[in-house]
Design a binder for this molecule. Sequence first.
Ligand code: FRU
Length: 501
Amino acid sequence: MSEKITDFKRFAQITDTRWYPRYHLAAPSGWCNDPNGFCFHNGQYHCFYQYYPYGAEWGLMHWGHAVSDDLAYWKHLPIALKPDKPYDADGCYSGCAVEFDKKLYLMYTGNLKCESGHIQTQCLAKSDDGVHFTKSENNPIIRAEVSGEIHCGDFRDPKIWEHDGKFYAVIGSRTPDKNFGQVLLYESEDMEHWNFKSIAARSERNLGRMWECPNFAEIDGYDVLIFSPMELDTADEKFFNDRQAGVLIGKLDYETGKFEHGDFQTLDEGFDFYAPQVTKTPDGRTILIGWLDTWHVDMPESVDGWAGQMTVPRELHVRDGKIFSTPVKELENLRKWQEVSYENLFLTEPTALKDVEGDACEIVLNVDAKRSEKFAIAVRVGDDEQTCLIYDATTETFTLDCDESGESPKSVREFSVKPTDKVKLDIFIDRSSLEIFINDGAKVISSRIYPQRKSQKIVFMPLTDSLAIDSVSCHKLDFGLPHPHVKDTEVNLKNQFPFLE
Ligand code: FRU
């Protein structure tokens, strides 16, 4: 068994909050990756996450836990799962939450190291109060040995949904030769007993050698499989990261368990976006939250005692066979100050607008693209640093330039857009992140950036003759989660974060 940790005094301590998010969900300290168990239960949204509380690097995985009444303001709850059983001793990996029989059930992957790699199985935990979880005595409840077509070391991240009175689960996997990612489908009547049904979908040609974190949702009459393929071939121009989350849109045949689908579509064009999860709201919307980071990149915040944050919650739609994501309307609850807005600006030189600036704000911008052939908007601008979004109507491309963003610059990412007469941008800026929703969510680009705290300016730049802005508004956004205290003496984390134990 790996290290055994029970002492809260060893929790990571935050030493500087310069990059700690103001309204994006993050762990109170330490490391977080994938969102887990995203659900609505007993009047609240729950978001769990992969959590290593003892350091700002990936380690022995626990499940952190936060709740929100409105998807805008979050509260931390005690750690929900610890790797304390023989079947999950090397980590409680990603999984889901589902309400059944008035209880909240978690299904997660128990990870065990062995000589040849890992053994991964699916395990259950349940809770009456939505806070304290008891692991099932029948764990592990799903093992990979049902089919010779499954690699049992890569068999993880279950996500359950209900259909016609039955439970279904998708589980991420790969073929035994490790060459093709795939999603497995299981079914159950009672949550404890699960039968293997099918390999619902598998990588064809180049779509990753392992599929992680599958999710399934019915959106606007379509079945949508959301997943995070890894080991993508980046020589193929379609993929810019070797892991990239996206969707297949199609139809699941519940009789055969086969998923017929169209081409893979990415959910985000950015440098940092992975392992998203979805849930349904009580009014039927499908909401996604993702990890606003990815693997094997620099995370400069780790020197400050934390690492990793989530995206804002996003609403998903399918229009004309394409996936759209927009920020949830509840984020407007964070607009606690009078907005600053301007209309009908015709700029012929780089311009900063009074009170349109910040390091925790939302900018809503409508541009008349017919009179703005090429323009840029630079955010988090300061001495020698800026992050730039450039639009070029002649090539129908957007470019995010993070070359001068601050610490750990990320280079440039370019992607094409369908030409439109109006360009509409909804930009969420936080202490170390940027999320840009383009043309009502037709494209999204997200990145972590690490500017200095004082770099808060925003500059609008015509790059040919002019930039014609129909309207622009700036909303300063409130603190959406508890802000950590920084102490330079020895910190007693039990006082600082009483909710942790
Ligand atoms: C995805 C992932 C999952 C796994 C978890 C471990 O980012 O690799 O497949 O369950 O992270 O932390």
